[in-house]
Design a protein around this ligand. Sequence first.
Ligand code: ZN
Length: 233
Amino acid sequence: MIRDLLYGPWGNGLRAAARFLLDCVYPEGAVCRGCGKISDGTPLCPACRKRLTEEGAGSAWDFTDLEPGLPAYSLRPHDGLPRQLILNLKHRGEACLAEELARLIQPLPAFLTLSPDTVVTWVTMPRRRMRARGIDHGRLLAEAAARELGLPCRQLLNRRNDRSNTQARLNRTAREANLAGVFSPAETIRFPVLLVDDVLTTGTTARRCADALRQGGADDLIVLTYTRSVFQR
Ligand SMILES: [Zn+2]
């Protein structure tokens, strides 16, 4: 019933109204964002928090080399509860889920050392998409990761006010063309960079961002995504 109200086929305005009414009845955090049941005042009930930690834990810190000098790690497969929470954050504006997802970062694996001068950043979102969604999920996820890691976080990438489409429905070649020349460095970069994103699919977005960060001077780059999707086109 609560889920129906929050996630029904309403527009943004009606959904916001539904959330406002629910927030009056149940204080924020009283409804679990994972299962929709009454929670204990936190965004996830204890059962969902346990599930989030355990689902796909066998693939935690999954590693891939996107190109020479561009290692990418993913915390979980793009499946089950981790996927659901990312979609809720992204499309339903549930900002509180960034903190929940960022818990998946700890413990850091022994093979990964991040120097303390590392700056965390995110894939800058097109302005019109941010207006449409009302939330910059990439920034929220990067900021949550930075808090978890005790590292600074700031915007290092500018994004041309582009006409790029969302990457989700494009094949690999179209993804490359869609993002050509879109990103540029926001400052001179003389420190290691941790680029955080929600999902790793083909890695095209991360590679284009890495190009721009290198233009700015970066030579020590690591990509970290919350989930990894298997690309099947
Ligand atoms: Zn729950």
